[in-house]
Design a protein around this ligand. Structure first.
Ligand SMILES: [Zn+2]
Length: 252
């Protein structure tokens, strides 16, 4: 079967040749699919508005040796609410980079696809930073990298008091006594570690009920980003962009 149909979300796009695009599609059935959309940048192409980052669509594809070809694309959702807002766009690009980094090709990625879809929808209506914090911990849990937060990852004693630390290298929370055992550990509040646990299980339909202070969201980001980067074994480029947006806004 050379032809196949699948539902997917475009998580990476690059222009190719005069009028083509090569995209990475996250699908539920086949994981990551690399495909070319020929002629989609021509002014009259029907695919023109569809072959974009974050488009959720039903794709008809033709299987190639290294690259599949998009024959048809029926858009389901374009996530215009994300595209029209630079902040939301930056967070969505970060989510797409993580999805691209962790998804694999050639096998079902049902849960990852569902997480991506739900979080993109949430990004259009909810606090984008909170959605991103939830996404980070959920993708880690799905990939089997849920950090150890029950007790100290180093000595096993209970995490108590208000102050703790988080070690990306050891993959979890550290008690006050062990916080010096990893010089790169992030000093954090116990509240942030508890909130991480809560976010990993929270019903996404009830996200609006959660009230996190700006400081708490920042703290969780400072814990999770180095952790994810280490699991991904690379620097997350779109995280730098979010950082630079935030500093422009703070200075303006
Ligand atoms: Zn300890």
């Amino acid at each position: 079967m050379k032809d196949y149909k699948t539902e997917g979300i475009i998580i990476r796009v690059r222009d190719y040749n005069e009028a083509d695009r090569i995209v990475t599609i996250l699908t539920s059935e086949y994981g990551k699919v690399q495909a070319i959309a020929r002629g989609c940048r021509k002014p009259k192409s029907r695919k023109r508005g569809l072959i974009q980052l974050f488009t959720h669509a039903e794709f008809a594809l033709y299987r190639g040796r290294s690259l599949d070809t998009i024959i048809q694309c029926e858009g389901k959702e374009a996530f215009a609410g994300i595209r029209e807002d630079l902040d939301r766009m930056a967070y969505a690009a970060y989510m797409a980079e993580l999805l691209d980094g962790f998804a694999v090709s050639g096998e079902g990625q049902e849960e990852l696809f569902y997480l991506a879809l739900v979080c993109l929808y949430l990004l259009t209506v909810e606090d984008p930073e909170l959605v991103t914090r939830v996404f980070e911990v959920r993708i880690m849990r799905l990939m089997g990298y849920m950090p150890h937060l029950e007790d100290c990852v180093c000595c096993g004693s209970p995490l108590a008091g208000s102050q703790a630390a988080f070690s990306s290298r050891m993959g979890g929370g550290l008690c006050a006594k062990c916080s010096a055992s990893d010089p790169e550990a992030v000093i954090c509040t116990m509240g942030a570690l508890n909130m991480l646990k809560q976010l990993s299980r929270w019903d996404l339909k009830r996200l609006r009920v959660l009230r996190l202070t700006a400081k708490m969201k920042q703290e969780i980001g400072e814990i999770m980003q180095p952790y994810i980067s280490q699991r991904l074994e690379k620097r997350i480029r779109s995280a730098d962009f979010i950082q630079s947006l935030a500093s422009v806004q703070n200075n303006g």
